[in-house]
Design a protein around this ligand. Sequence first.
Ligand code: C2E
Ligand code: MG
Ligand code: MG
Ligand code: MG
Length: 292
Amino acid sequence: AALVSGTGDGAADGDVRIVSAKQRFVFEQGLRQAIARHEFRLVYQPFVNADEERVSGGEALLRWASAEHGDVPPTTFIPIVEAVGMAEEVGMWVLNEACDEAARWPFSGLSDLKVAVNLSALQLGRGDFDAVVERMLKRHSMPARALELELTETVAAGKSLGIGNLFQRLRALGVSMSIDDFGTGFSSLSYLKNLKFDKLKIDREFVTDVHRQRDSQAICQSIIALGRGLGIEVLAEGVEQWDEFAWLRRYGCALYQGYYFSKPLMPREFLAFASDKDHIRSLVEVGPTTLK
Ligand code: C2E
Ligand code: MG
Ligand code: MG
Ligand code: MG
């Protein structure tokens, strides 16, 4: 039997990865020890607010540097983490580590930065996840507004009835809620009525070559209009080219994440990027001809 992932939460960008049962078993052993061996770390990818020419926060992305397997991508190991019942344990490690890091950011002269943490559906299974988050914020003396939680729309839609109360309580704490990979889940839009999100992230699938893809343009314009109508911030994921950024900006997208601005960075590099106002301005202002 093979483990096929990519349709659910945790698998990014419509990627379909197939890991053989044997490989999965081998990974599983290593994953059970990864936390103790300090093989996990988080990298942070900046969110850029184009009008303000500043970094508004960053997404914490999990990396596994395995002694046995080398660097294993999260799209490969997160489905295994979930399948073997480690989602809560790993999720707690990620949340604690991200808060530990982000709690220091104000001391670097950077204010109002949010750290975004990806959640697995399984973490919402425990009804008191809001209490977990509250304790975590307290432990790190971190204001709730500095934390953002990312859910895929498949999770939000599939669980919108069940997680309604939990979702309300998380927002009542002051934590921001974000929809990840918007447009790629097989879902209706009705969860947008039931759950009040703060941010909507357009999946990279629609961002890639948007400046020359008619279908992507129609989809991005609709998502931006949807965000505006609902009063939800819109972020474009996976922006790699200045042309994509320029097109999206012209149509009113406010926030950007992607290799054009920055790859996911080690904590210190992330702070350096966020502090470099001139560099951020040049990325926002410089046109394609100047780049050549
Ligand atoms: P995601 O949440 O949609 O994260 C964005 C992914 O796109 C990241 O991949 C990021 O490195 C990649 N990316 C960002 N900009 C660009 C770009 O310009 N071009 C391209 N080609 N890719 C770009 P990564 O780090 O491999 O993570 C993949 C997925 O794994 C994430 O997708 C998320 O669903 C999941 N993941 C990562 N960390 C965690 C975690 O701590 N917990 C959970 N539950 N899932 C996680
Ligand atoms: Mg994505
Ligand atoms: Mg994400
Ligand atoms: Mg995403």
